[in-house]
Design a protein around this ligand. Structure first.
Ligand code: GLN
Length: 484
């Protein structure tokens, strides 16, 4: 039962072969037995209450496609029932007075919340080692990282602790952990999914999205999650869409752009082989490969690691010991209280970024760093504009390597930043991007999943999902399940 897709679970629920309560119980039991550290807060009573309400809806014939299906939320989305911590000591005991729009929309669709998922502190990281609640283990090899920052989300879906999860992606945090854990995730076009109630990291880049087993499941979830929200000033005003509408379209004639810059130095040879094989499989499905160039790719790292910390330093100024969460004891005056609260409440990586961000925004450095990074951001968006005049979708690796051992890069922030080379540009440009499983490569002690990245033009999610779905109809990488 725990390996079934959302559509399969949906039919079982509608035909009363299983109840929402039974389904919730089954996943809660799996969560309680797991040692991956993927969940930060589970509350059986709350979950089962929601499941019973879903069963009533089904009994009355008022159910929608997602009614009664369990989902878990990255602990960046605030929730009224479960604690909302952003994996930070700063919010370790914080409960929100309201639900994030995404949480609210999925609840309205009848989904049942399984709990809150571990992640990097304030979504800063690529390995989930920056959580104040400890790292998440990769279900394919428990000595390896699951990726980050949505590491708990990807690990939970891969280990079948939840049929689906939410994630957030500021520079790759949906795609990269999906890739490293062998699951499917989509980061929509910036503005598609409301950021209201998503604890802010870098507001011009942050975007929520689903992580699930298949592109079809992601399409169902994105349809329920997205839509205009007047409480988010950057939410896009567009008619609601059914993202599953194009899933069955054949791919004949579709042009896949293959960026030269994504196959250069730093890319693991075996990962490259898996990606090239996936591209060859797409050719068999009728696609045509087009050689393209994204010349400013390498500059995405410095540009992102100026802009994201700059915005983070501003967003995180609200954590002052007065308004939310943690307050240090033993202070002498107000300044001392601020200082001690922020010193004790934030982890190392978060402090590093607040310092970088404050530096690049300070008088005298603003033009040299921040403005410069914004100019690069524009050039990167221009590269994609040019590329999409030659192709329909861009494909390449998500990550230069498969998952690495926990601890290996923990003391080397720059090594982590460099691994983001293929994902950051998508956020800088505001484009939609996906990761789908496309093979395995031998890691340190086990074969580990490889993800193929699909980047689409603005608002082209339905086509991206179609392209991913067609590949999943022809391959079975997405069905592989780690042994527990
Ligand atoms: N790894 C990137 C960072 O640490 C991206 C994180 C994210 O997308 N939230 O900023």
């Amino acid at each position: 039962m725990h390996t079934k897709t959302l559509s399969e679970l949906s039919s079982l629920l509608q035909s009363r072969q299983i109840s929402a309560t039974e389904l919730a119980r089954l996943f809660l039991d799996r969560i309680h037995q797991s040692d991956l550290n993927a969940f930060l807060h589970v509350d059986d009573t709350l979950t089962l209450q929601q499941a019973r309400a879903a069963d009533e809806k089904i009994a009355k014939g008022e159910a929608g496609k997602l009614t009664g299906i369990p989902i878990a939320h990255k602990d960046i989305f605030v929730t009224t029932g479960w604690r909302s911590t952003a994996a930070s000591k700063m919010l370790a005991n914080y409960t929100s007075p309201f639900d994030a729009t995404v949480v609210e929309k999925l609840r309205e669709a009848g989904m049942v919340t399984l709990g809150k998922l571990n992640c990097d502190e304030f979504a800063m990281g690529s390995s989930n080692e920056n959580s104040c609640f400890g790292p998440v283990k990769n279900p394919w090899d428990k000595t390896a990282v699951p990726g980050g920052s949505s590491g708990g989300s990807a690990a939970a879906v891969a280990a079948r602790l939840a049929p689906a999860a939410t994630g957030t992606d500021t520079g790759g945090s949906i795609r990269q952990p999906s890739s490293l854990c062998g699951v499917t995730g989509i980061k929509p076009t910036y503005g598609r999914v409301s950021r209201y109630g998503m604890i802010a990291y870098a507001s011009s880049l942050d975007q929520g999205g689903p992580i699930a087993k298949t592109a079809e499941d992601c399409a169902l979830l994105l349809t329920a999650m997205s839509g205009f929200d007047q409480r988010d000033s950057t939410s896009i005003e567009k008619e609601p869409e059914d993202f599953a509408r194009n899933l069955d379209k054949p791919l004949s004639g579709i042009k896949i752009g293959v960026p030269r810059e994504y196959f250069g130095e730093g890319l693991d040879a075996d990962v490259e082989k898996a990606i090239r094989q996936a591209l060859a499989d797409y050719e068999k499905l009728g696609a045509v490969l087009v050689d393209i160039s994204l010349p400013n790719t390498a500059m995405c790292i410095p540009a992102y690691y100026v802009i994201a910390p700059a915005e983070a330093s501003s967003n995180l100024s609200r954590f002052d010991g007065v308004r939310y969460g943690f307050r240090a004891g033993n202070h002498t005056d107000l300044q001392d209280m601020y200082r001690k609260t922020r010193t004790e409440g934030f982890g190392e990586e978060v402090k590093r970024r607040i310092m970088m961000g404050t530096y690049v925004l300070s008088h005298g450095y603003y033009d040299a760093y921040y403005i410069h990074a914004q100019k690069i951001r524009r050039l990167i968006a221009g590269d994609f504009r040019q590329a999409f005049s030659q192709c329909d979708v861009i494909m390449g690796p998500v990550s230069p390597t498969v998952a690495w051992p926990i601890g290996e890069k923990a003391d080397d922030p720059v090594a982590n930043y460099l691994g983001d080379i293929y994902t950051l540009s998508t956020n800088l440009a505001g484009l939609p991007g996906m990761s789908i499983p496309c093979g395995f490569v031998q890691g340190n002690s086990a074969p580990l999943p490889v993800g193929l990245q699909l980047t689409g033009n603005y608002f082209d999610e339905a086509r991206l999902l179609n392209i991913a779905h067609q590949y999943q109809q022809a391959t079975d990488w997405h069905q592989r399940t780690p042994g527990q």
